[in-house]
Design a protein around this ligand. Structure first.
Ligand SMILES: *Cc1c(COP(=O)(O)O)cnc(C)c1O
Length: 396
């Protein structure tokens, strides 16, 4: 029996340039983003400038986590207590958490067979709920048909917040994920596409939204020390009425991130090379269903999802257990018990009037997930594919 021995939670090391830059920051002792010499730009300032440039957007704010960015996105968008916010039922817990944190009420939308948000359910619930906000999660890097999403947003006048925790570096039809919506949020937490332990970004092209986000993030009255930001006049009206919800990024993490951002596109290609190896093996394995991805979707596959449509829950649990015995860590999204990063929507008990979503439950009950850290070689992915195929074929 073949055995896989590498860790699914082992990242690559921080690039030497990042380690050096972090050391330089520590030697100065000026770790706080606003602790600069006259005319100096801090590492955090430079990171924001570079990220805005990478995204092709005028404004970027670095902050303490992706979930924090989602929360202040809600506030900066003007969401008020009791407002309804459309969001994916298939997403990670920080998404409904950010909505709840702003006092708003999530309206959960079904997942579709391609693991994207179900666009018919989205349209129906946009019409029925009267919601004015939509927090779209590109969950596990699956980018839904953005042409249709934007048409729905326009038709129902929805303010769109993109959760790009899994799509940093991805595009739809050549347009970067995160530039479609009114706001986009990113995570630089260890398991995402660039790694500072904790961290995140908020981007937008709306000057007043960014001014509010900067105030929320805990800029005190130092907003003039932001460079990927609107001019100070924009702050004049909002600075007295925008509460400080401190959640800044520091220079140490920014120093670590800058060289990783410079490498991001190369890293995305390395992820996709690994994904294609696994995908090809799964396509040759009759028990496994893996949705083909549209040509318009330029994804970044830092993980892979697949379904076992003919399998019972008992069989799926056996697949997970047997793969695990051979060193292959699979996650199952159908579990009623939240584990690790999988949590099914009905485990978020704080959502009042929890809907029944039989379609979502059906799809998640067959859905498995595997991380693809870049410490796995192409040969490793070949072996992983072989093990998973063999196990599923033997249990079908
Ligand atoms: C990780 C993640 C977030 C939030 O990121 P943190 O930096 O961990 O707060 C939001 N949405 C999704 C889908 C994520 O995977």
């Amino acid at each position: 029996m073949k055995q896989f021995t590498k860790s699914f939670t082992q990242q690559e090391s921080i690039p030497e340039a990042g380690i050096k830059a972090a050391n330089d920051v520590m030697r100065t002792g000026r770790l706080h983003r606003y602790n600069t010499l006259p005319d100096e730009k801090s590492e955090t300032d430079l990171l924001e400038i570079e990220f805005a440039e990478y995204m092709g957007l005028p404004y970027a704010l670095a902050c303490s986590s992706g979930g924090y960015a989602l929360h202040i996105a809600m506030r900066a968008a003007g969401v008020e207590a009791g407002d309804k916010v459309l969001c994916n039922a298939f997403t990670l817990a920080p998404v409904p958490g950010a909505i709840h944190n702003s006092g708003a009420v999530p309206v959960l939308i079904d997942v579709a067979d391609d693991y994207c948000i179900d666009l018919d359910d989205l349209e129906a619930k946009a019409a029925a709920s009267g919601a004015r906000y939509f927090m779209l999660s590109h969950m596990r890097g699956h980018v839904a048909d953005m042409d249709r999403i934007m048409a729905i947003c326009e038709k129902y006048n929805l303010f769109l917040i993109e959760d790009c925790a899994h799509t940093m570096g991805a595009s739809w039809n050549g347009i970067k994920s995160g530039t479609f919506g009114d706001i986009a949020c990113f995570s630089t937490q260890t398991y995402k596409h660039i790694n500072s332990g904790e961290g995140g970004f908020l981007t937008t092209r709306h000057a007043e939204v960014m001014a509010r986000a900067i105030m929320h993030s805990g800029s005190y009255m130092l907003f003039e020390r932001h460079f990927a930001a609107p001019p100070k006049e924009v702050f004049e009206q909002i600075r007295f009425e925008t509460p400080n919800y401190s959640g800044r990024m520091d220079n140490l993490r920014a120093a670590i991130l800058r060289p990783q951002l410079a490498d991001l596109d190369t890293q995305c290609q390395r992820w996709n090379t690994r994904y294609r190896i696994l995908e090809q093996q799964f396509n040759n394995c009759p028990a496994i269903h893996i949705p083909s991805r549209p040509a318009k979707e330029q994804f970044v596959a830092s993980s892979i999802q697949f379904s076992l449509p003919g399998f019972s829950t008992e069989q799926i649990l056996q697949v997970v257990a047997q793969c695990n015995e051979q060193g292959v860590v699979l996650k199952w999204f159908g579990d009623s018990e939240p584990k690790d990063y999988t949590s099914r929507y009905d485990s978020w008990h704080y959502i009042e009037a929890m809907p029944q979503l039989p379609q979502t439950e059906k799809i998640l009950s067959k859905l498995l997930d595997m991380r693809i850290p870049l410490t796995f070689s192409e040969a490793d992915c070949q072996l992983l594919g072989e093990i998973i195929c063999k196990v599923t074929e033997s249990l079908k």
